[in-house]
Design a binder for this molecule. Sequence first.
Ligand SMILES: *[C@@H]1O[C@H](CO)[C@@H](O)[C@H](O)[C@H]1NC(C)=O
Ligand SMILES: *[C@@H]1O[C@H](CO)[C@@H](O)[C@H](O)[C@H]1NC(C)=O
Ligand SMILES: *[C@@H]1O[C@H](CO)[C@@H](O)[C@H](O)[C@H]1NC(C)=O
Ligand SMILES: *[C@@H]1O[C@H](CO)[C@@H](O)[C@H](O)[C@H]1NC(C)=O
Ligand SMILES: *[C@@H]1O[C@H](CO)[C@@H](O)[C@H](O)[C@H]1NC(C)=O
Length: 450
Amino acid sequence: MKNFTLFLITLLCLFQIINAQLSPNVRKLFSTVHIEKKLYVYGGFMDNENANAQKTPDDRFFYLDVSIPFDTSNLPWRTIPDNAKNLPLESLSSIFTGGSAASIGGVNNETIYLFNNENDNKTSILSYNSQSNIWNTQNFSGVKPIGRNQITAVTDYTGKIYLLTGFDIIAQGVKRTNGLFICDTINSNCVIKDAPLSRLGYGVTLLPNGNLVYMGGSDKTFAPISDNFKLIYIYDTINDRWDSKITIGNFPPSDAGVTTVLGLNGDKIILFGGVNGDDNNLYVLNLANFEWYVPKTRGKGPVFKRGQHCANVIGKYMVLTFGSNGVTEVKYRSSGESDVLLLDISNDSEYVWTTSFDPTSLVTTNSTSSVPLPSNSSGSKNDLAIKIGISVGLIVLIIIILIVIFLFIRRRKNEQSAIPTPGNAYYDKRKNAKMVIPTPGSIHYDKTNI
Ligand SMILES: *[C@@H]1O[C@H](CO)[C@@H](O)[C@H](O)[C@H]1NC(C)=O
Ligand SMILES: *[C@@H]1O[C@H](CO)[C@@H](O)[C@H](O)[C@H]1NC(C)=O
Ligand SMILES: *[C@@H]1O[C@H](CO)[C@@H](O)[C@H](O)[C@H]1NC(C)=O
Ligand SMILES: *[C@@H]1O[C@H](CO)[C@@H](O)[C@H](O)[C@H]1NC(C)=O
Ligand SMILES: *[C@@H]1O[C@H](CO)[C@@H](O)[C@H](O)[C@H]1NC(C)=O
């Protein structure tokens, strides 16, 4: 009997681990870094609502599991193993001094680099290796870079991270009002270059040719700069040259707190959100002629425009995370909108707002190919096989559990009325079926379990 009970408890613990989920606080002014099948979220805050969130390791650094299909009504947020023990909280700038900036880098594209701001006398660059789960202090030669939560960090194809500043800064003892920090994560070196613009809360997009396109954003007093989508700036990372372009068409009204991503064909920039009152939240810049237009979309898009959020392209989706409505409000959450929005950008003639994430689109496609993966590709077949395998496995597991429960009850005839429900299993009477179902939203991650 003891063995049976032990077996049952082990199975239920397995379920608990599989279903261990986080319910992160809503936030703005944070960073996301996409590494393989994880979308890491670092930092952020929301006025009044969770000023203390920064002190809780698992609410400060966690990830979205993009290896599995999910619906945005039930997001697979996950804790990072040993995070409470490993996260160097005290070495990272706090939100009160301006936060930090983060981007990917390193020889194998598997390390997150975090740049502190200048208001803290802290080690300037910390790194987190996503494969080894190890935090490190990086010793870069050259200039000490400055990060901020309003600096949009971007990494090029050679492992260099670019940080365009909008504050007055002191670099190498010299006060300046603009600057582009370039930190080479392969050779561990940082430099600062002059920049023709000084911005905060801007969008930056890496093009296939290595150019960075900067647009939008505010000045150091947080006032949006006029015509900041009409006049855009381009930095040629290969030849170290700045250029600017006057765009045409239906350009968006000036805004800050925006995000921009490159379309899947590499010939369009997709702009989402911001903090101004413009109700439209999506614009596209065609890079062939630098003409703006409002894209055709299908599906139920967000009712509330979001700003100071993050955007990443994962598979065929533009993945938008968190953000605020206006500057201080989070109306989207109270109205039932998810913390994650998915825009399927695989068809340039019509983008589709969707709530379901399909990880098969993560299969690497040629960037020049405009055709989305057909649904009967081998990738989906494999995925289907895996799904069937997992389903069959789960059913067998459930049957075993039911048999064990049945035997257990039979042995204890005097305890007929109640079934013990450890963990998150329950008896679903409405469905008139015995099932082990994780209770959505009620699972709290127990650190002592790891
Ligand atoms: C940082 O260091 C400088 C120079 O050592 C010092 O003047 C300043 O007070 C320090 N700031 C903080 C926040 O500790
Ligand atoms: C950076 O330097 C410190 C102090 O010298 C050292 O403890 C640390 O290991 C170095 N970090 C790396 C990644 O080499
Ligand atoms: C990192 O990944 C990008 C995109 O997959 C690739 O283009 C780039 O060459 C990689 N960088 C390094 C340093 O491996
Ligand atoms: C892309 O969208 C357009 C407009 O809705 C549609 O006519 C076309 O068939 C779509 N293409 C693909 C490959 O789905
Ligand atoms: C990607 O492009 C390469 C070279 O152009 C080609 O050989 C390969 O078949 C393409 N792969 C896919 C999946 O289209």
